[in-house]
Design a protein around this ligand. Sequence first.
Ligand code: HEC
Length: 136
Amino acid sequence: MIRSHFAGLLAAGIVAATFAALGQADDPQRGRDIIMQQKLGHAQKVLEGLAIKDFALIEKHADELGVLSKRAEWLVLKTPEYTRHSDDFRRQCETMSRMAKEKNLDGCALAYVQMTMTCVNCHKYVREVRIAQATR
Ligand code: HEC
């Protein structure tokens, strides 16, 4: 009796977990939150690489950032301006990666600063669009 109760609970648990996993995959906002957080993590790793002059670390995380920027979830606003910020960002990641390959620390640092400005500029743009949408 206790055993069958347990089996029932277990089955219910599996069903619930499956639904939770499906819900996750289906929720675009959740997928987006995850990659936005990953973006911050990789950017922090690049900074760490710059600080300790670890070119392999810089290259790895600059490349990861470039890959993230090509994911479908990245494209939150379908406007030419958003695309322009994304293109700037991708180009800066590529430059950072190339500079790391060439073991050019100043080049990496400059590309990092430019990339950081693009983080700020794109967020500024997204905020303006959302405020405009909210007050329409
Ligand atoms: C091309 C535009 C763009 C660029 C460039 C960009 N972001 Fe974002 N970021 C977004 C958008 C859009 C959101 C909000 C997503 C949403 O909530 O719908 C966001 C959200 C975030 C968030 C918040 C996630 C949360 O949990 O609310 C963090 C942190 C973040 N970005 C970090 C960064 C960092 C660090 C960089 C630069 C290395 C960067 N972003 C560059 C578009 C951009």
